[in-house]
Design a protein around this ligand. Structure first.
Ligand code: ADP
Length: 277
């Protein structure tokens, strides 16, 4: 797959960030490339969510800076940032009774004005976002009446209704059935490759990340350890170094991306040979 040469719109430079006295990010620099699907991988607690929040201006870095379209993000007004960048945090909760359409409409907040609560372009953006995320058939239903996968699509529709070029998602596919995960990731790939959006997505599943990412970023202990295409950085050595995981990484006929097969406890104990084929 080839991509046009584009310049990054979101950059983190030498970021240090954390909570109270606890520093999590330690000199993290990342250029999020426009029109691509960048995926963040790393063990629990390695700082992926903290990096996402810092890049989205939800968390103020204690060192370094985030640059959005050439300007320090901290110097830009909230509404201006929200017109360029949408973030979906992990496991969001919708207020009870809220319909799907009402939830998706919340994505329009950076475009709205007190005197003009819902203009025609808002209604169009909401319809388009619901159609893209394939939730238009649920528009009038309360969000809580939907399945986990359907609900997750509604949240993604809300971010899409914000009509931002940059979309940051924190583990959007966790706890979903594999087929629902694949459908969602197909949608995210389409947003990047067909609609030219820039996506940064925290992922839990290694193989799905390797299958969908244009760029993989691997974090451990608050630092980026590896960054590149899945073919470049998704290897047995990097999985061992980042996740402390013993795995074989191989190419599969017909698949364009590498696949990892974790070693089981039995293999570690060297008893694999005793198992009947
Ligand atoms: P990841 O997304 O890779 O699982 P996080 O960025 O969520 O990692 O967390 C990094 C570290 O920061 C963890 O040790 C976590 O416990 C801590 N942490 C995360 N959020 C908070 C918070 N709101 N307050 C204090 N510590 C936090």
């Amino acid at each position: 797959m080839s991509f046009p040469q584009t310049s990054p719109r979101l950059q983190g430079a030498h970021l240090q960030a954390g909570y109270d006295t606890r520093r999590v990010l330690d000199d993290v620099s990342l250029d999020v490339e426009a029109g691509r699907l960048t995926m963040l991988l790393g063990p629990n607690g390695s700082g992926k969510s903290t990096l996402l929040k810092t890049l989205a201006r939800t968390l103020r870095p204690t060192g370094g800076r985030v640059v959005l379209d050439g300007q320090d993000i901290q110097r830009r007004p909230t509404r201006a940032v929200a017109r360029r960048l949408g973030i979906l945090p992990q496991g969001p909760d919708a207020p009870e009774g809220l319909t799907v359409r009402q939830l998706v409409a919340m994505g329009r907040f950076p475009h709205q004005h007190f005197l003009k609560p819902q203009a025609r372009e808002d209604a169009l953006a909401i319809d388009e976002a619901m159609a893209l995320a394939d939730v238009d058939q649920f528009a009038a239903r309360p969000v809580e009446s939907l399945s986990g996968g359907q609900r997750q699509r509604c949240w993604i529709a809300m971010v899409l209704a914000q009509q931002t070029e940059l979309i940051l998602l924190d583990e959007p596919t966790t706890f979903l059935d594999l087929k629902v995960q694949v459908d969602l990731l197909d949608l995210l790939a389409e947003l990047a490759h067909v609609h030219g959006r820039t996506l940064l997505v925290v992922m839990h599943d290694l193989n799905l990340a390797a299958a969908y990412a244009d760029t993989l970023v691997m974090m451990r202990d608050g630092r980026i350890h590896y960054q590149g295409t899945p073919e470049e950085v998704f290897t047995a050595d990097t999985l061992k170094a980042v996740f402390d995981l013993e795995a074989r990484v191989m190419s599969v006929p017909g698949a364009a991306h590498p696949v990892c097969i974790p070693a089981t406890g039995r293999e570690h104990a060297g008893t694999l040979g005793e198992v009947a084929p």
